[in-house]
Ligand binder design. Structure first.
Ligand code: NAG
Length: 284
């Protein structure tokens, strides 16, 4: 009897595992190369989870094999629980390390237990990256997964946290904008003790190491370049993000985030720009 009852159970478990595997493709090694301590796992829903591990010897990261030119990039992240002061966790796009590089950043600056984690959003255009908008998160980013999204098209760059837009960085024809250099996608976890938390006053407490950040549900709906002067290869239905700009309600959430959670705005930092604010600060 016992054996006969067991068989359907085994079949049911096998089918459930198959269904889970089919619902979520593995993505880490298919799409990225890795650096440092990276662990791969599957969560209870069958999704592949990539965890970055930071200890005293090394940080960690993953870097897309493909370069992209415009797209919508999204990932779910569960940040470091407890005292994460001094750590920096990121999800970003970058054209490389050269002096005239472009970059679009979402970086999370850790904090002491109970103190708010800061989300730093930034845009680098042709090597100039003094364009930060920083927010205190309105939830505990370590308690659960949240979705972080970057939309990059030729009109604007939009940053989204779960379903809420927190920033749009517009293109002006006469001002630098990341619009000519393909970028790859990166995620990193590193020791930013010298600047991350309260301007570097709170360094990493290594007695809490190793620090672990988990990523899952990565998607890139994006165009890829075919070489200088040739048209991009784009997936079907590109307009859903290629033409994306914020409507009034979505601009409302940007204002909401600005009013209630903004921690730093480069356009208000007169000390940093004694010769006057960057031109885009007085547009819109
Ligand atoms: C850390 O917490 C302090 C105190 O609440 C806060 O002022 C600061 O903005 C937080 N974040 C960082 C990255 O320093």
């Amino acid at each position: 009897m016992a054996r006969r009852a067991l068989l359907p159970l085994v079949v049911a478990v096998a089918l459930a595992l198959l269904a889970a595997a089919a619902s979520a493709e593995p993505w880490l090694y298919e799409k990225f190369t890795t650096d440092g301590g990276v662990r791969v796992d599957y969560d209870v829903t069958g999704q592949q989870v990539a965890s970055l591990v930071l200890d005293q010897n090394s940080g960690a990261g993953f870097n897309s094999k493909q370069k992209y030119m415009y797209g919508e990039f999204s990932i779910q992240m569960k940040l470091i629980p407890g005292n994460s002061a001094g750590t920096v966790t990121s999800f970003y796009l970058s054209s490389g390390d050269g002096p005239g590089h472009d970059e679009i950043d979402m970086e999370f600056m850790g904090n002491s237990s109970g103190a708010p984690v800061v989300l730093n959003t930034n845009v680098w255009a042709n090597g100039d990256g003094k364009k930060e908008h920083q927010f205190h998160l309105w939830f505990d980013p370590a308690a659960d997964y949240h979705t972080y999204t970057i939309i990059w098209n030729d009109k604007n760059i939009i940053f989204k946290v779960d379903d809420l837009f927190v920033r749009s960085f517009k293109r002006y024809p006469d001002l630098p904008y990341p619009g000519s250099q393909p970028m790859s996608v990166h995620a990193t976890l590193w020791d930013g003790s010298y600047w991350a938390t309260e301007q570097g006053k709170v360094p990493i407490d290594w007695s809490n190491a190793p620090f672990v950040v988990s990523y899952r549900g990565y998607t890139a709906d994006a165009c890829t370049p075919n070489g200088e002067g040739r048209p991009l290869s784009c997936p079907a239905g590109t307009d859903r993000w290629m033409k994306r700009q914020l409507d009034d309600a979505e601009s409302g959430t940007v204002s909401w985030a600005k009013q209630n959670f903004m921690h730093y705005n480069y356009c208000e930092d007169g000390w940093r720009f004694p010769q006057g604010f960057p031109a885009e600060c007085s547009r819109n």
